[in-house]
Design a protein around this ligand. Structure first.
Ligand code: DOR
Ligand code: ZN
Length: 350
């Protein structure tokens, strides 16, 4: 009999479920199904939809689409290009945070950097500002945060320079947290060469030395966030391929494999896959969720995934096991590859 592990439901505060607008890549049903298959009972969705979520009306349309489809719980981050500051008060009670893109990525949803301070001033304190800020903009981030010290989460820190900025800001007592993706912990620029378009992601996959720096400074990393960013196989084979990798269904197995290799312990894993996200995004404790993980060596495959993407950058990698059962509010919502929850049974959180 394979050994089984019991965990509470995990929280992923950074996913792109593409609904509305690009539901050929993913929708709320397939995206939250992927969450359950990966052991995540709550996800938070990013605003860079085909039509970015920058108004109350677009947010409400998105929430309406989610309400009929989700099988996990879900929250939403709001978006801005600096020209919708009047909307902030209208949406603050409906969202988990504000996402700002300071570097180019999928959809070209990037702000004019001179607007950063104004946006910081306008965002109501209390819910975090999430930044896509790679190392070329670190001085701007640090000076803005010193001037306007509002809770800031640095998404997908990927190299030494970016993590050093976070360490410096944390040591100076600034209200900053950070997340790292599984792909920056388990893939490097060497994998990017092998994967071609299927390894194209922002931030780019980095050299092994940067990856080692992340693992060596795990204490400064608050979250593991998948940045689940599904694109179809044919899109990833195109020129240029869109940035982004699916990740919801592989994160936990990769992290438990790292635990088995002695890279972190169970408490460190749970803090980064659940407890710290609950604290940062103010999610009340809930002991009615659970995940059963079977320790039984698996080879990751792009077949049989819940995500519409239908591929994974970790194909052929050996991991220690797989999620076999998930419960939410004491109901079994996933078991042995089957989604048992009714579409729309997931809760919208804010
Ligand atoms: O690679 C990425 N893909 N990085 C991002 O920041 C956005 C994401 C997407 O939306 O596809
Ligand atoms: Zn992202």
């Amino acid at each position: 009999m394979a050994q089984t592990i019991s965990l509470p439901g995990l929280i992923d505060p950074h996913v792109h479920l593409r609904d509305p607008g690009q539901t050929h890549k993913e929708d709320f049903l397939t995206g939250t199904s992927a969450a359950l298959a990966g052991g995540f009972t709550t996800v938070m969705d990013m605003p860079n939809n085909a039509e970015p979520i920058t108004t109350l009306a677009r947010l409400e349309a998105k929430i309406a689409s989610a309400e009929s489809q989700t099988v996990s719980d879900i929250g939403f981050h709001f978006g801005t290009l600096g020209d919708n500051l009047d909307e902030f008060e209208k949406v603050i009670d409906k969202v988990k945070g504000l996402k700002i893109y300071l570097n180019v990525t999928t959809g070209g949803f990037i702000i004019d950097k001179s607007k950063l301070a104004q946006i910081y001033e306008a965002w109501p304190a209390g819910k975090p500002i999430l930044l896509h800020a790679e190392d070329d903009v670190s001085d701007l981030v640090l000076s803005t945060l010193k001037q306007i010290p509002k809770a800031t989460h640095m998404c997908h820190v990927s190299n030494r320079a970016e993590l050093e900025l976070v360490i410096k800001a944390k040591d100076a007592g600034l209200p900053i947290t950070c997340g790292v993706t599984p792909h920056h912990l388990f893939l490097t620029d060497k994998d990017a060469e092998r994967l071609g378009g299927f390894g194209m992601v922002k931030p780019f996959l980095k050299p092994a030395m940067d990856q080692k720096f992340l693992w060596d400074h795990l204490d400064y990393i608050d979250l593991i966030e998948s940045d689940h960013a599904p694109h179809t196989k044919s899109e990833k084979q195109g020129t240029p391929p869109p940035f982004g990798l699916p990740g919801l269904e592989t994160t936990l197995a990769l992290m438990l494999t790292a635990e088995a290799e002695g890279k972190l312990n169970r408490q460190q894993l749970l803090d980064r896959l659940r407890n710290n996200a609950a604290r940062i995004f103010n999610i009340p404790p809930d002991d009615t969720t659970s995940v059963r993980f079977e320790m039984n060596e698996q080879i990751i495959s792009g077949d049989n995934l819940q995500t519409k993407a239908g591929w994974t950058p970790y194909a052929d990698k050996h991991v220690v096991g797989k999620v076999s059962k998930v419960t939410i509010r004491n109901e079994v919502v996933y078991e042995d590859g089957q989604i048992l929850a009714k579409p729309g049974s997931g809760h919208i959180i804010s």
